[in-house]
Design a protein around this ligand. Sequence first.
Ligand code: ADE
Ligand code: ZN
Length: 346
Amino acid sequence: MNAATQFAALPKVELHCHIEGTMRADTVADLARQHSIDLPTSDVRSLYGYENLTGFLEVFWLVQSMLVTPDDWERLAYESVIDGAEHGLVYREAFCTPSRHLLDGQRLDEIVAALDRGCARAESETGTRCRLIFDIDREFGPEVALAHVTELAALRRSGASGADRVIGLGMDSTEIGIDPTTFAESYALAADVGLRRTAHQGENSPATTIAAAIDVLGCTRIDHGISVFEDSELVARLVDEQLPFTVCPNANVLINPDVCPQLDAHVFPRMRDAGLLATLNTDDPALVGLDLTQEYELCAAAFGYSVDDMVDIALDGVSGSWLDASDAASVSASIMAVAASIPSAT
Ligand code: ADE
Ligand code: ZN
């Protein structure tokens, strides 16, 4: 078995993946046609080259804007899980960031119910499970965020359709110059309704923002967090606490080359060597042209990881997840069962 086949067969979980960033290029083009939205080019994939996070976010927002009706959200969720399952994905905690859509008049209850229908349909066909993390788009500020999280809290309290698939609150988009603590009210409300908490920090913001997300917002996980080595005391503390980081090495290089110019210089192996619980993820697979198996293959090659190392990384994805203990044990068992059949994994 060659490495590509080994990692394709290995069951994998993913904790950092934007559902909008999984939209197939053909679906982008199809929805643009259906909704008479002008795209800058007929070759959607030609838009997917980036100089920095700001430029990437413009493309991400363009892709997001194809989601106009509940059917579009349902189709996105369905195709997202189907495509993940093709590459060995067995469980995903996926972000959705509908701030723009809500500001445009779409309804959160309809978006959540539609995402739930799409996930459920794909789950029954593939067995791959997907739960959702509602992400605040920092771009619109704390007041808009609080209004949207208040709506989400009401959906959870009323047991609205699909609301139990949303298990966490996160925050993405622009990091530069934004103080995460200004979103504290949204995070406190999320905690009140039983949502877990995470945030994109340290992708291109300093380690102080990672500490603030943990200490002020109550985050129990950090998305990216690659600036953590600016603060050695924070590193030691997070090794001790085994707080999970959801790291996306290839996306960092492809989206953020000004911060991460090349994969073999990425801090992911340094994070793991230091004892941090650094998990491996794709971020926006369709928008960077990579799937989760390729993420594993490219990282194994760039960082000199053996198959056993990659199995450990897959298992750490389960440890970092928000699965309950019995589901986590069964996903881990499925990883170990396949790992045992891979000749070079002992
Ligand atoms: N939205 C989608 N991908 C993102 C990323 N890598 N950083 C911030 N916001 C995002
Ligand atoms: Zn992300």
